[in-house]
Design a protein around this ligand. Structure first.
Ligand SMILES: [Zn+2]
Length: 309
């Protein structure tokens, strides 16, 4: 009996997961389902340049399956491992959410290993792990995040409850997207940009999608609980895709510059096309543009409500 147990342990250790396809396919709906306790996953692409940053994505499972802490190790020979980066007290603000980490001392490691566990002994589930040979935080460390005022006007709706399943920390979720929008619109956090101080984000029960109002310093975005419910009918991932896409679009309106000297949003079609075209272009650039819902998003989402802007 003892022998068979030790054999079992040996064979487990010898078979660490290597280059798990579900972690590297850029699709957080396919995930790595590990075990309880510490999981080790090896990335062995025989890297030729130093990794300078990496992203870990939460899965679509409940947050108890997320890792609150992890260690990234590197190796030159696949035998000796050194700690490259260590994180503690991490919380994913939503499902399918990335956490971007910079590596302070990059080196020419050939292989990497991620060690991670859940907080209280649940099975570890990871959406994706992506390694980058550039520091994706470069130029954005000083980004001025807006203050978020999150409000649920209709908390009794099904949509509001579903939103909680998707987004665990609404303030952080919106701040994350504000920076992503700025990263697409500008070269660095030092560029001249609108001073978006406060975003008032509201979940409301109405027949529509989303709308933005207010000036850049104090921007208000409303998101429809009916639209949340409809999108979630397909899947939680569809809801995530749609929620991020809509948020990208509306946040562009807070950060974008407006055309000068050609009238206004409601009087000039070129003005309108500039404003809406850029918002959809950024959404597309971010990877959250669904051609099949383009008109629904542009017309239902805007129509008369957005003419305020
Ligand atoms: Zn718009």
């Amino acid at each position: 009996m003892l022998i068979s147990i030790s054999l079992l342990l040996c064979s487990c250790q010898a078979k660490l997961p290597v280059n798990v396809p579900e972690l590297s396919d850029g699709n957080p709906t396919t995930c790595f389902v590990g075990t309880e306790g510490v999981n080790k996953v090896i990335f062995d692409e025989q890297y030729t340049v130093p990794i300078q940053s990496y992203k870990i994505y939460s899965s679509g499972e409940t947050p108890v399956h997320d890792p609150p802490a992890w260690t990234l190790k590197g190796s030159y020979d696949g035998k000796n491992w050194v700690v490259v980066d260590e994180r503690k007290d991490q919380t994913f603000c939503s499902r399918y959410q990335e956490i971007l980490c910079s590596i302070t001392k990059p080196s020419n490691y050939k292989q990497y290993m991620l060690e991670a566990a859940t907080a209280v002994g649940d099975t570890l589930v990871l959406g994706d792990v992506v390694l980058f040979d550039e520091n994706l935080n470069a130029g954005w460390e000083d980004f001025k995040y807006p203050e978020i005022d999150y409000e649920v006007i209709d908390p009794e709706t099904k949509g509001a409850a579903i939103y909680e399943d998707l987004v665990q920390n609404p303030d952080e979720y919106i701040r994350y997207h504000a920076r992503k929008v700025a990263e697409i619109l500008f070269y660095s956090a030092k560029d001249t940009m609108n001073d978006v101080q406060k975003v008032h984000y509201t979940l409301k029960d109405y027949d529509g999608v989303s709308a933005k109002s207010g000036n850049p310093a104090n921007t208000s975005i409303v998101y429809s609980t009916q639209h949340i419910e409809k999108s979630a009918n397909e899947s939680l991932y569809k809801l995530d895709f749609e929620t991020r896409g809509v948020l990208f679009h509306e946040l562009v309106h807070a950060y974008q510059f407006e055309p000068k000297g050609i009238g206004s949003y409601s009087t000039n079609k070129t003005f309108w096309a500039c404003i809406e075209g850029l918002a959809d272009a950024v959404r597309a650039q971010a990877g959250y543009f669904d051609m099949s819902t383009r008109y629904a998003a542009s017309l239902l989402g805007h129509g008369k409500q957005l003419i305020k802007e």
